[in-house]
Ligand binder design. Structure first.
Ligand SMILES: [Zn+2]
Length: 77
């Protein structure tokens, strides 16, 4: 087969029949294990200050905002 367009040609079989599923697991809303709050802030532990002044690396953690405002640090994920 050929087309009138230069550089283009038809491919046998066409597009894939079924698109690949990208999210096999269902999503669940993150909740605080202590107060059941749904608001979170992300923190990073162990950030590195680079020679050029940028901050990089660190281990991220999601912390409950409601518990944090009461002075408690509750990691949600
Ligand atoms: Zn909480």
């Amino acid at each position: 087969m050929s087309t009138n367009l230069p550089g283009l040609h038809l491919v046998a079989g066409g597009p894939a029949k079924t698109p690949r599923k990208r999210h096999p697991r269902p999503s669940t809303m993150l909740a605080c294990p202590r107060c059941d709050g749904r608001e979170a802030v992300q923190t990073r532990i162990g950030l590195l200050l680079m020679a050029d002044g940028r901050v990089s690396g660190g281990t991220p953690a999601w912390v409950c905002v409601a518990c944090l405002s009461r002075g408690e640090r509750v990691v949600m994920a």
